[in-house]
Design a protein. Sequence first.
Length: 139
Amino acid sequence: MNIPGAYNPDTYSFFHLTGEENCNADRVVEFLKNVGKTYCHAPEITIYSDNARYFYAAKVREWLDNNPRITLVHLPPYAPNLNLIGRFWKYAKKNLVRNNYCKEYKTFRAKVFRFLNNAGDYVNDLKTLTVEKFQIVYA
């Protein structure tokens, strides 16, 4: 299962494009198009991403150049404190996998969809996990 996803810390909502295919530049472009449709009324959209190679692909850069309303900002490597989606995935994994076993894949898949499509049900937990308060330390 491959789950390109975007977590909105303002609304505690989660957008995902779940499928069985591998993630590559085409999949990222499809994901970005869907994010644009989902947030069609937003004048600009900023997406913070990790440093996966497919985010740097020429096809993705070209699509972003032609769609300036969406900006992709790459997080610095080894900065998990800045990666809100990483915290969301850790929370999801805790809820979906830890001490849970699904005998059949389709049961697990349904459980994943139920969790991701109802992220708003976990607002109290997500509020504490995805705070955007950062302290600047000067050395």
